[in-house]
Structures are given as structure tokens and as C-alpha cells.
Design a protein around this ligand. Structure first.
Ligand code: T4K
Length: 375
């Protein structure tokens, strides 16, 4: 791309939400206007739950107004108390949900290749107060469920996955949302499947699904019975309608994301000091993010220098996930937040930049971005 074209180029952000054709959405809106059913388990909410169960290959889903509230209510539904082992390399919502449930987050280090919570390093963190493990499928890359499940079974712990990034991801043909006791999804505007704001909890236990549905509706079991101090986490009919309109475009969007990922990989493969993630065998990815990792010594300049250079050229990548959650004032005094205990997490947080990726990202912009990265 010529310099003049760059000067005139609009800002390119880390993501740009996918939207269905407006006409298809207004047809849903018309029905909402006609029925006056706006929220509280309406027909679109019901339809979206059923369609997502089929589409994702999961047993039970409960829809939420957003992912953060889904996490909070999920912890309530599992009756989690005491200490919860989690990752510092995530969006801050993961740990905030633990804190809002008056539990103590305990940080474990991440694996050096997936950057997911490392199951080989968590047994030493388990105490008599530990009740749950809360890993995150970071960038949609599946955690080592077998190892986590073995540890959870051995110590009698709940296993709750933050799957905010993992809509549609499968391993050996099965949804990774079926791992553990419970999984969460985010349908935020920046996610591969969005309802503007939104989220969900997934379980194969029908009793747990019932409890979740009570808890997201103030604890009401029926008109006269409140079974627990619930909250209001409900998804409304407009959100559900957007979800229904979006669903049929998901596969096509993932294919476009895949092509973009392949192009980035091809163009970036031989740049000294720049690395990225490759596909994992037997995994169907959703290509939600395209993180690169800058090794300052080999690349010759720092991650932040490259990040600044991209921004100067209107390329607004993001350092997901820097700073580590364990660095934030609310958590940095926890014993497990000590940086010497989290070397891999510290390293990746200091090296990462997520490059722009979204279905209609143009090839000339990808070439331009890679041109900036090449010295
Ligand atoms: N767990 C994990 C692991 C998560 O990653 C998240 C959320 C959660 C839990 C909580 O789920 P939710 O409660 O959000 O459902 C964004 C998102 O707000 C957040 O949902 C997401 N993770 C996180 C990784 O990224 P920001 O502060 O970086 O978003 P923002 O507004 O700077 O958006 C990034 C770029 O996207 C903008 O520069 C432009 C573009 N954009 C954004 C929005 C909102 C648009 O083009 N249109 C838009 O409407 O957090």
C-alpha cells in the first residue's frame, strides 16, 4: 500500500463487529413490536436457546445479558466458596467474578505454548479452602481438559471454564463447551458471535440449568417461591433476535477469519523475533484473535515500540492480555500474585499484540500491517 493511501486510511481496530443484513433484523423487530413481548423468557429467547444447543452440540444453555454476569451467576449456581484457582492471563472479568462472589482468586502460571492455565502447576496451589478451578480457553484455544478434570475429581473441586472466546470451537468433533461442570460464553460486540452484549452458561446437568435459570431471574422458581437471592441476568428479546439473525452467518465468518489467519501466518512466518500460534491438531478453531509475540532481543525493538509504531500508522491492535490481572491494585497483594511465581504469564503479557482480525478485513491492509512489522 502506498504511503498516500495510508495517510487517508481510516483507523483499523483490533476487531469490527459482524452484523447481519439490517432487513433481516427488522423482520424480527416487527414481531417484537407486534407481540409486545420484550423480555423474560420470550419466544426469541427460547428459540435462540434451542438453536444454539443444536448448533454448538451442547446439552443445556442459559442465555444472559452479558458474559460477566453469567460468570458471577455460574459461581453462585455451583455454590463456590473459599479459594478458586484461576489464570492471571485473561480479561479482568474472570477474576472479578470470583471476587464478586466473595471468594479468593488464586493465580496459577500458564502453559508456555497455549498460554492457558497450566494444569501441571496447580496441585501445589490447592488448600483445604479450595473449591473450584476456573481456567480460560484463551483466544479460543482449548485447555487440557483431561488433566483439569482428573485434578478436579481427585480433590472434589468444581471445574468452571471461562469460554468467552470459544464459540463454535470443537476438539475431535466435540464442543469444548462440554468440558467440566459449567462453561461460559460471551456474545459481546467484539466476539465471533455477538448479540451486541450477551453471554451464556452451558452445562450437561439439567438440575444445574434449572438453578441457573432461577438465579438469573431474581431466584424465582414460580410466582410465589424465591429459592435463592438471585440477580437479574436475563437476555432480552432484542438481543435474542440479533443472535438468531447472526447465527446463519457464523460459519461463513469463521471461514473468512481462517483465510485472514492463513495470510498473516504466511507473511509473518520468517520474521526474526516475531512468533504466533499455529492450529492445534484435531481442533476446529474460530480464529477469534490473531496474537503475535515480540521477542525484544531477537526482533531488535520492544513490543511497546512496535505497538506504538502500529498506532502511529492507524493500526489499533490491542495488548490482550496486558497487564496481567495479578498486577491490578485489587489483586496484586495476593500471595499468588507474586511475579516470580508466574514467569510464563509475565513473559507472554510483555510480548503480546493482538493484530486486527475480522471477516471483512482487506488483504491490502494485512499487507500494510505486515510491512510495518517487517523492519
Ligand atoms: N472473560 C473473558 C476471557 C473475556 O475476554 C471477557 C470479555 C469476559 C470474560 C466478559 O464478557 P462480557 O461481559 O464482555 O460479555 C473487550 C470487550 O469489551 C470484552 O467483552 C472482551 N472480553 C475483551 C477481551 O475485549 P475492550 O475494553 O478491549 O473493548 P473496546 O471497547 O476497546 O473494543 C475493542 C475494539 O473493538 C475497539 O477499539 C473498536 C472495536 N469495537 C468495539 C465495540 C464495543 C467496535 O468496532 N464496535 C463496538 O461496538 O474489551
Amino acid at each position: 500500500m502506498k504511503q498516500t493511501a495510508v495517510d487517508n486510511m481510516n483507523k483499523i481496530f483490533v476487531t469490527r463487529p459482524s452484523l447481519p443484513p439490517l432487513q433481516e433484523f427488522t423482520e424480527y423487530l416487527q414481531k417484537i413490536w407486534d407481540s409486545k413481548r420484550l423480555t423474560n423468557d420470550g419466544p426469541f429467547h427460547h428459540e435462540l436457546e434451542q438453536k444454539l444447543e443444536d448448533f454448538l452440540g451442547i446439552k443445556h444453555i442459559s442465555l444472559f445479558c452479558n458474559g460477566m454476569i453469567a460468570l458471577q451467576i455460574g459461581l453462585q449456581a455451583l455454590k463456590i466458596t473459599g479459594e478458586v484457582i484461576t489464570t492471571p492471563y485473561s480479561f479482568v472479568a474472570t477474576t472479578h467474578a470470583i471476587y464478586w462472589n466473595r471468594c479468593t482468586p488464586v493465580f496459577g502460571d500458564v502453559e508456555p505454548h497455549t498460554f492457558n492455565l497450566n494444569p501441571d502447576k496447580i496441585e501445589s496451589l490447592i488448600t483445604p479452602s479450595t473449591t473450584a478451578i476456573m481456567p480460560v480457553h484463551i483466544y479460543g484455544n482449548p485447555c487440557d481438559n483431561e488433566k483439569f478434570q482428573n485434578i478436579a475429581d481427585k480433590y472434589g473441586l468444581s471445574l468452571f471454564y471461562d469460554g468467552a472466546h470459544s464459540f463454535g470451537v470443537r476438539r475431535n468433533g466435540e464442543s469444548i463447551l462440554n468440558y467440566g461442570d459449567l462453561s461460559m460464553l460471551s456474545f459481546h460486540a467484539t466476539k465471533t458471535f455477538n448479540t451486541f452484549e450477551g453471554g451464556a452458561l452451558i452445562t450437561s446437568d439439567p438440575k444445574l440449568k434449572r438453578r441457573i435459570d432461577f438465579l438469573k431471574n431474581f431466584g424465582f422458581a414460580d410466582e410465589e417461591t424465591v429459592v435463592a437471592p438471585g440477580s437479574n441476568g436475563k437476555m432480552n428479546e432484542i438481543q435474542a433476535a440479533i443472535g438468531l439473525a447472526q447465527l446463519k452467518y457464523f460459519k461463513e465468518n469463521v471461514e473468512k477469519r481462517h483465510s485472514i489467519t492463513c495470510l498473516y501466518r504466511k507473511l509473518l512466518r520468517n520474521i526474526e523475533g516475531i512468533s504466533f500460534l499455529d492450529d492445534i491438531p484435531d481442533v476446529e478453531h474460530n480464529y477469534a484473535y490473531f496474537p503475535i509475540f515480540v521477542n525484544e532481543e531477537k526482533y531488535g525493538s520492544s513490543r511497546d515500540e512496535l505497538y506504538g509504531k502500529l498506532i502511529k500508522n492507524n493500526i489499533y491492535g490491542r495488548r490482550y492480555f496486558y497487564p496481567l490481572i495479578s498486577h491490578f491494585p485489587s489483586y496484586r497483594n495476593l500471595p499468588s500474585a507474586c511475579q516470580w511465581l508466574l514467569p510464563e504469564a509475565e513473559k507472554v503479557a510483555n510480548e503480546v499484540i493482538c493484530l486486527p482480525i475480522y471477516p471483512d478485513l482487506e488483504e491490502n491492509i494485512i499487507n500494510f500491517i505486515v510491512g510495518l512489522i517487517k523492519k
